[in-house]
Every structure is written in C-alpha cells, then in structure tokens.
Ligand binder design. Structure first.
Ligand SMILES: *[C@@H]1O[C@H](CO)[C@@H](O)[C@H](O)[C@H]1NC(C)=O
Length: 209
C-alpha cells in the first residue's frame, strides 16, 4: 500500500499540471512575418511557384504530410508555439483563420520574399513585407470585431513577434535586378538600410542582428 503512494502522488501532480496547462487563448498571441523559413502555408493559397505542398516536404511532420512548411518537419515558429503552450498560429490566408483561432495569433509569412521589394520577382505572386503588414492591420480589425477593441489592443501589445527575413536578398541574388546594380560591399549596407523601410508602420520593434 505504502509503496504505491509515490506513484499516486506523481499521478495526481500530473493531473494538476494537465488541468493548469495553458490553453491556446491563455498563452500570449504569436505573430510571424517573413520568408520560407517561417511560412507555414500561406503560399499554398497563392498562384505562385514558391510552394511546399508536395513530398518530401513534411515527411517528418507529425502527419507525415506536406503542409506548406518549407521543412521536412516542424519549423521554428512551431517550436516557439510549443514553448508558449499554444497551437501553431495558422497561416493568415487559411479559411480557418477566424473565431477562437484568431486569439492564437497569425502567421503572415510568405516564401520567396525579402527585405527588398524586388527580391523574389521570379515567384510572381508572393506576399511582400508591405502587404504582410497590411494583412496584420486587417487581422487586428478582425480580432477587434471578435473580442472588442480594448481586448484586441491588449492581446496584440502583449504578443510575441518573430520576423525572419533577409536570406532571400542574398540567396536569390542572381535573379534580382537590384542586386546586379551593387557590388557586394555596397549591397549589404543597402539591405540593412532598407530593413527599416520594409518594416515601416510598426513603430516599436527592434531588429536583432
Ligand atoms: C516596398 O514597397 C512598399 C510600397 O508598395 C513601400 O512602402 C516600401 O517602403 C518598399 N520597401 C522597400 C524596402 O523599398
């Protein structure tokens, strides 16, 4: 009898922990902006060649199916969401981006984009940063319609934001007319100064470099 007690205690603790595990809406909201390193399916909804909807994408994902993530498995935003104790924020273009799901946050990222507007031209139809920020405004209106202005402002101001951007400005360099105009030592400062421009409209975020 006594020998069982520790087991029971552990089981009870697990139950307690389970009961107090954060729900999607209790965790802070999470917003993701950027390129294919963090896109989790937006490009599937676009007429673009930059998509990840076929194997081997997704082979190590829990469902073993392609999801639109440019990864064999979970990507960085998924892992951050796990730490937040929340479901992954849905792609902004998902038809399920409504109701309760709005509370989790949103992923605005689009594979192929860069800091420069002319990075990724070969993919024709991708969501460049200015548009991602526009979509963020639209998201906030939808959230406010769901939980009220005040609560929406509160939720957004407490949120975690991830911006993963810039790799394509170098990786896709041979395709960008703009990059052809620069020597590499001039191109890098140009990209850095453009970073400020491409995140205009958002006043309080600081790039981590
Ligand atoms: C990209 O274009 C938008 C307008 O469409 C502009 O607001 C933004 O500053 C441009 N970004 C860069 C880095 O030039």
């Amino acid at each position: 009898m006594d020998a069982c007690s520790p087991v029971l205690v552990v089981a009870a603790l697990l139950l307690l922990l389970g009961a107090s595990a954060p729900t999607a809406s209790a965790a802070r909201a999470f917003f993701v902006f950027g390129d294919s390193l963090v896109d989790n399916g937006n490009n599937n909804y676009l007429m673009t060649t930059a998509r990840a909807e076929a194997p081997p994408y997704g082979i190590d994902f829990p469902t073993h199916m392609p999801t639109g993530r440019f990864s064999n498995g979970l990507n960085i935003p998924d892992i951050i969401s796990e730490y937040l104790g929340a479901e992954p924020a849905l792609p902004y273009l998902s038809p399920y981006m409504r109701g309760e799901n709005l509370l989790v946050g949103a992923n605005f990222a689009s594979a192929g984009v860069g800091i420069l507007n002319d990075t990724g031209v070969q993919f024709v139809n991708i969501i460049r940063m200015a548009q991602q920020l526009q979509n963020f405004q639209d998201y906030q209106r939808r959230l406010a319609a769901y939980i009220g202005e005040e609560a929406a402002r509160e939720r957004v101001s407490q949120a975690l934001v991830l911006i993963t951007l810039g790799g394509n400005d170098f990786y896709l360099v041979p395709f960008s007319a703009r990059s052809q105009q620069f020597e590499i030592h001039d191109y890098i400062p140009f990209i850095i100064s453009s970073t400020r421009k491409s995140s205009c409209g958002c006043t309080s975020w600081a790039p981590v470099a």
